[in-house]
Design a protein around this ligand. Sequence first.
Ligand code: ADP
Length: 621
Amino acid sequence: MAENKNARRGGVSVETEHLFPIIKKWLYSEKEIFLRELVSNAVDAVTKLKRLSSLGEYDAPEGENYRIDVSFDKTAKTISIADNGIGMTEEELDRYISKIALSGALEFVEKYEGKGDEQGSGIIGHFGLGFYSAFMVADEVEVITKSYTGAPAVRWVCGEEGDYTVYTDGIERTRGTTVILHVSSEGEEYLSEWKLREVLAKYCGFMPVEIYLTDEEKADEPQKEGEEPKEKKPENDIHPLWQKNPADCTDEEYNEFYRKVFSDYREPLFHLHLNADYPLNFKGILFFPKLRENYENLEGKIKLYYNQVFVADNIKEVIPEYLLMLRGVLDCPELPLNVSRSYLQNSAYVSKVSTYIVKKVADKLNSIFKDEREKYEKLWDDLRTFVEYACISDPKFCERMKPAILLPLESGKKVTLSEYLEAAKEKNEGTVYYTTDPELQAQFVEMYRARGIEVAVLSGPLDVRFAEVLEQGAKDDEKIKFLRVDADLSALGDGEEEENEKLAAIFKDAAGEDLKLTVKCRRLGEDDAPAVLTVSEESRRMEDMMRMYMPDAPATAKEATLALNLSSPLIGKLAKESDEKKAKEIASYLLMLAIMSNRKFTAEEMKRFQKDSVSLLNDLL
Ligand code: ADP
């Protein structure tokens, strides 16, 4: 376009000579958001025009096809974003682009200039730099626009230093706005169909106006003979599932949406369609993915949208961290694109959204539990890590979840806490017995089973910590305590502990100098184990916690408590044995058997145990 006589010059740079370099520096890591900003401006322009049309203030042509065209030309080094929306008059262009948009950018610079990198880059995605973010990838930006009012079209060209020129003579353009970026060396990677498609998918995948992508150099290629003209498909889905009424959505649609958005070929366990009315006013879908055992590896993703415009993944200020194990989308039109993290942290609105979501998640789980218990029990193995982590993190969630928390039992059943306690009323009121390792602790489990006491399996990484949370959260009238099967044998025998000095001396002698043994005697059943090691619940938990911080601490304890079963025939014989050497040998062997149910042998112990076993067998022959 030739320079025309009445071109008017202006300078954004006058007040802001170092504005652009700063924008570039701050936004460097998220350069790609220029496309989100420009395309969402185009969406806004179309939305505004549609509103005017519905208000009768604009007479839209019959069958008007609103659309946004993103095109690029690798040779000319341009990227254009064109819409057929509301357009701007010269005066509006001046006001909105040259002045207001600029003041937004200025405010940003004033706030963040000279601050540390972490502070700036954290909030940058939420600070709508809008139009001027174009300068992250361009050294010259052109706007050609024509207002719906019929006012003459205008062309505005702005250089890297912020100096702009406005042209008004003989500009050709139909209603709408085209922004042409003259791409700088920093934006060259975006001169690619693949790259633009990727960025459009990320930020604009659900914007409410159809977006088309064109490689201008290919657009002119003559159509090959016999080839059907290619029907262009929009890059986005203008009716995302979360905007629909849940009653109109099928499971297949939810699964397909999940697959597409999260690139996960596995089906989610179930979903939760959120639809909060005024004043919260947000929509969304949460999916429960299949979770793996190790909670540290879990990485969900909650995508936050603002009126179908993607804002960011996993914003911890809006969604409690534990819910980030889930996957989903949230569309929050009440949270403008350009809010800072500190705003989010202190916002009463945000905390209400968070409370609402937490309540809905707990309600959903409770309702599956109530209505489809069998299905819920099957889901539990996958849900368990999530529920436990959530309960540990948030007492309110825990309180809501309590009726639907399941304890997997060693017998294979799954029962709720209150079902367990109800069954335990006679034999072990208020106590849940559990095993952390059903194989290692099989001997103990068997002793409880023989007495009709069910043992819960708490073998997951969070299970015992979770049990602690349940203990602490219990109300006075429903006090509970969790005891590992080897913590306390009082539920197994009828009588109290007894003293037996002779037996105590034999076992202490057998234990040697390295292991300080406390010996306790009880009368358990005849068939129960003759000797087992017990560890009090408190000291074991303490030790487990220490081990979490000091994983290299030796596994073998220097002290142990040995419980002898006075009803066991073998212990009876041992108590009467007069051959001291023989008694010591038997005691030593029994001690090894007891250690075996408590932990792995050390190499020394293993050698000794095997040698002793061979010698015993030898004596038998
Ligand atoms: P924001 O979009 O946050 O208001 P921007 O800097 O992105 O800030 O844009 C400033 C203003 O310029 C917009 O509010 C709008 O009035 C106007 N504008 C920008 N792009 C367009 C467009 N494609 N069509 C019409 N008006 C536009």
